[in-house]
Design a protein. Structure first.
Length: 318
């Protein structure tokens, strides 16, 4: 597999990336959550190329990334709740699902046939610079083959996608490290479709308690497949002990000893630090030569919820 150029974010590389996007090509985009596989959201051809490059099922819609709330208002029907949330959390790791405007210029493929669109304004300087230079929304799912572990460094992107991207902008390791929180605002009480970089507690403080999509409501969260974010090795949850042929994904000061390899997400038990390390450590343990990965449970608060969610999906039957 030919490797794409990995470029530091400079005025030059940003303009080269914008040019590639205008030509309908895809680029690796650093964001604060994970690296994105970005293409022109208004182009059917570019959006179709994203689905093809990731081998992503067509029923799983993409997030449209925008430079600011003003740009989002041109795409979707921004209501009072959206305004309050955007005011508080944008730019940041919060994705809002809203009704598409009748004149929404984003490709329908991006919505996977729904009359809604997911929008987010990312906080990473390089992402914001590229959105500004390109001048249009960018469709950008995580830059990895569908179902695999998300990328949190430029190298992860080049390793997973090769020359399916024209280039990768190297924005350093992702500061948040897990995907955005996805919130459905098309319903009376806001529904949490995916726990992520903005903790549920922080959202509830603004819009009240969040609901969950009803069991079996596949239409509401088409992308929430049980098995996802998966390493190659089988993964065992809630580990309190470890076997010598296992690799241990540890958390906190009391990790059990004796694994073939141990990586501690945060020895001091900090969930923010743990999220930053999650996907990189899963990749490294996956390559350790162990028979399986054992993962300790994180507390169900703050980013711990998003991490436990990803670990459950990584452990689900494939
Ligand atoms: P990814 O692009 O891999 O970060 O995943 C985006 C997530 O947002 C997936 O779980 C999608 O199912 C979800 N999503 C995107 N657009 C919509 C939409 N219009 N309605 C509901 N969920 C959406
Ligand atoms: Mg993804």
């Amino acid at each position: 597999m030919t490797r794409p150029p990995i470029l530091e974010p400079t005025a030059d590389s940003i303009s080269r990336a914008a040019q590639a996007l205008r030509a309908g090509l895809l680029v690796g985009l650093p964001t604060e959550t994970v690296y994105g596989l970005a293409g022109d959201a208004t182009s059917d051809r570019a959006v179709a190329a994203i689905f093809a490059a990731k081998n992503r099922p067509e029923f799983n819609p993409l997030i449209a990334h925008v430079a600011d709330a003003a740009a989002a208002r041109l795409l979707v029907e921004f209501d009072g709740r959206a305004e309050r949330l955007a005011q508080r959390f944008w730019p940041g790791a919060l994705t809002l699902v809203l009704k598409r405007r009748a004149d929404c210029p984003v490709s329908l493929l991006c919505s996977a046939g729904l009359d809604t669109l997911a929008v987010r304004c990312p906080a990473h300087d390089a992402a914001r610079a590229l959105l500004k230079a390109f001048g249009k929304p960018l469709a950008a799912p995580s830059a990895n083959p569908s179902g695999q572990v998300s990328p949190t460094t430029a190298r992860h992107v080049a390793d997973g996608l090769g020359d399916k991207v024209a280039l990768v902008i190297d924005g350093g390791p992702c500061a948040v490290g897990v995907e955005s929180t996805v919130l459905d605002l098309t319903v009376a009480a806001p529904a949490l479709l995916r726990p992520g970089g903005v903790p549920e507690e922080d959202l509830a403080a603004i819009v009240g308690p969040l609901t969950r999509p009803a069991e079996g409501d596949a239409i509401k969260s088409p992308g929430m497949l049980a098995s996802h974010y998966a390493p190659r090795l089988p993964l065992r949850l809630d580990a309190r002990d470890v076997k010598p042929d296992e690799a241990l994904l540890a958390f906190g000061p009391d990790a059990p000893q004796g694994a073939r390899m141990t990586l501690n997400l945060s020895a001091r038990g900090n969930v923010v630090e743990a999220a930053q390390h999650l996907f990189d450590y899963l990749r490294r343990l996956d390559a350790s030569g162990a028979r399986a990965i054992a993962a300790m449970k994180l507390p169900e608060r703050g980013l711990g919820r998003a991490i436990n969610d990803r670990l459950r999906r990584a452990a689900a039957p494939r």
